[in-house]
Design a protein around this ligand. Structure first.
Ligand code: TRP
Length: 326
């Protein structure tokens, strides 16, 4: 069975952007029936940019778990575990680190951007994150990694590093991976200016209640030049249509709405009502499941997942060490 490895840093509740960008793909992969999906809750990696907020991590793990389970991630099929509980990942990171130069790391776009932002003062943990993510993928022999486009350079980096390891130790033990791009890699936030994100205050959360969803949908950025209902409107950059693309299941109807909007004669309020109903219909059942999930149950799922992964990790790191120390 092919293995899929994916992960999230526990930074808080998940939003519609997470659903469109990765959760939807994970659910599809999980339900395909012929893949083994592993989800890493990267509670160690998350400290790279927030070691001072370590106290929040525990609660964030619970929230993210509730989001997963209420949305349909099935722990009997998908294994979810805590990165911090598998030291073998950090052992492999150490071995792999010897095969990477600082310059290679600084050339990776996400690192370069952050490093410029911090005036070259990025901490070592952050600089090391592409290597640690390579270990996350390589230790379990993943064949596929679902990612957004912005993570593609990390996957290329991981594959180079995996090949370097294999070449150095004359083996084919570590497997290169294939990125799986989601259909909607980037969903803009309700402000229409930036990617949906908790810190930018422009997100609709999977756990938002009906009233909040309505308020946020009605604040959504549309086409600023579409002033009167009769004016022709623009679809590109219009967040309502971006969201309808994800949540409106009747595609024919959606195409008609788009046509009508572009010609003129369709009001934003009408569209926003449709979108509100779509999102609310989608989230209502998950809200009910979420309310019934208690923390002990969640912790139990995590412990079971982590124990399963521990067995794989121990075996794999022994194999890797025997390749290094022949
Ligand atoms: N870096 C990913 C993120 O920030 C999380 C992650 C950690 C991950 N390890 C991974 C993703 C391995 C895919 C595969 O969201």
């Amino acid at each position: 069975m092919s293995i899929v490895v994916t992960g999230d840093r526990p930074t808080g509740k998940l939003h519609l952007g997470h659903y469109a960008g990765s959760l939807q793909t994970r659910l599809m992969l999980q339900n395909s029936g012929n893949l083994k999906v592993i989800i890493i809750i990267a509670d160690t990696q998350v400290l790279n940019n927030s070691i001072h907020k370590a106290n929040d991590v525990k609660n964030n793990i619970i929230e993210i778990m509730k989001d997963y389970i209420s949305l349909g991630i099935n722990p009997d099929i998908t294994t979810i575990f805590l990165q911090s509980q598998i030291p073998e990942l950090f052992e492999l990171t150490t071995y792999l680190s010897n095969l990477v130069s600082i310059n290679e790391i600084l050339r990776i776009p996400t690192i370069k951007i952050e490093n410029d932002m911090y005036n070259s003062n990025l901490n070592m943990g952050f600089l090391n994150y592409p290597i640690s993510q390579t270990a996350d993928i390589a230790l379990f022999g993943a064949e596929y990694v679902p990612v957004g486009v912005d993570q593609l350079p990390i996957i290329h980096f991981a594959n180079d590093l995996i090949q370097k390891f294999n070449h150095s130790f004359n083996t084919a033990y570590l497997k290169t991976v294939n990125p799986l791009l989601s259909k909607t890699p980037k969903l803009n936030g309700i402000d229409g200016r930036n990617k949906m994100s908790k810190s930018l205050n422009n997100a609709i959360f999977l756990s938002d209640d009906e009233k909040t969803i309505k308020e946020k949908v009605f604040q959504m950025y549309t086409d600023p030049n579409h002033l009167k209902i009769s004016d022709p409107g623009k679809i590109e950059g219009n967040v309502v249509f971006e969201c309808l693309d994800v949540f409106h299941t009747n595609k024919n109807e959606l195409n008609n709405l788009k046509e009508q909007y572009q010609k003129g004669g369709l009001g934003d309020t009408h569209l926003k009502n449709i979108l509100f109903n779509d999102i609310n219909d989608f989230l209502s059942p998950t809200r009910e499941i979420r309310e019934k999930l208690n923390n002990d149950y969640i912790i139990d799922i995590l412990n079971t997942g982590t124990s399963k992964i521990k067995i794989l990790a121990e075996e794999s790191i022994q194999n890797i060490k025997s390749l290094i120390f022949k």
